[in-house]
Design a protein around this ligand. Structure first.
Ligand code: DON
Length: 315
């Protein structure tokens, strides 16, 4: 057992004993019944070693964490033209807020709030039928994670299709501004199915490796995105990945991260580690209560932070 195994084991034990676990999201029917007792953590290092504890191999609904990956796909498809339709600023509002869309003419603040991710889904739809986009997305995630067993939970997707009236409002509102180009049921079909992707912490940390590794998948050696694009995606994760809790997350954890209402968080220590945590109880901003605490303790004990002094700079 090495030092990091001890650290993740200790963190899992501390999280198992935590009294204040947050509140499980209940507005998506299938998420309401998930136990707040779960906690999992997976840390994959740049050399490929993997350190796990708790429920690291239990699949959960990764929800908004998928927005990192659909953004990656959309940038691959249309490049910087994407930024004509989506901004790159923190919203300071809840993830499902509609208020800024009116004054900002249907252009969402960033690709990680729901409105922004719906536009990203609409961009992916420009070249393909809905079923092909979902299949391509699933292929992309399986390749990044190196795991063919990953699936979309169709019941979760159907639950959101039945009850996702806010997302329907966002999509229709943006369609009125001309920023959603396809029938909203098709665009939302992509969005709801991507959000319903089920992955374990281990699989999610594996899928994040290209962001730790300058855009390259360390397993295949293939470039997923350029090093510059990887840096920029990380910048968006840091500034917008936790919605109106992004400043607090940067303050406490100091790593780019993306949360989902299923209780997962993907965090990246560039050049060092790809980390996934999961605990379903959420704080008042919709981010995992214990996931955030676990990451805070991990960085305290390892010293990982993008705000550490740069000791080796290549110039
Ligand atoms: O659209 C929704 O509301 C969910 N499918 C995803 C929201 C989400 O994960 C926000 N995360 N904190």
């Amino acid at each position: 057992m090495d030092g990091l195994d001890v650290i993740v084991g200790e963190i899992a034990a501390e999280m198992a004993a935590a009294a204040e676990r947050g509140k499980v999201a209940d507005y998506i029917p299938d998420l309401a019944s998930v136990s707040p007792r779960h906690f999992g953590i997976a840390v994959i290092m740049a050399d490929g070693t993997c350190h796990v504890a708790g429920d690291a191999d239990l699949a959960f609904s990764i929800q908004s964490i998928t927005k990192v990956f659909t953004l990656t796909m959309a940038l691959g498809a249309v490049g910087d033209a994407l930024w004509k339709r989506v901004g790159r600023e923190p919203s300071g509002s809840a993830f499902n807020s509609i208020v800024q869309l009116e004054t900002e003419h249907g252009i969402p603040r960033n690709p990680f709030i729901n409105a922004g991710a719906i536009v990203v889904a609409d961009v992916l739809l420009a070249r393909h039928q809905p079923g092909e986009v979902i299949a391509e997305f699933l292929r992309f995630m399986r390749t990044l994670a190196g795991d063919e067993s990953i699936v979309i939970d169709h019941e979760v997707a159907q639950g959101e299709q039945r009850t996702g009236f806010r997302n329907m409002a966002l999509a229709n509102y943006m369609r009125a501004f001309g920023n959603v180009h396809h029938p909203t049921e098709n665009t939302l079909g992509i969005y709801f199915h991507q959000c319903a992707l089920a992955m374990s912490c281990r699989q999610l940390a594996q899928a994040g490796r290209f962001l730790m590794n300058g855009g390259r998948n360390p397993e295949t050696g293939r470039s997923v995105v350029s090093a510059q694009r990887a840096r920029r995606i990380l910048a968006l994760m840091l500034s917008c990945g936790h919605y109106d809790g992004s400043g607090e997350f940067a303050y406490r954890v100091g790593l780019p991260g993306k949360s989902g209402v299923g209780g997962g968080i993907l965090a990246i220590a560039p050049g060092v580690a790809s980390i996934a945590v999961w605990s379903p109880g959420l704080n008042e901003r919709g981010n995992s209560q214990l996931g955030t605490l676990a990451l805070e303790r991990l960085v305290q004990r390892t010293g990982w932070s993008v705000f550490e002094p740069v000791v080796q700079c290549g110039v």
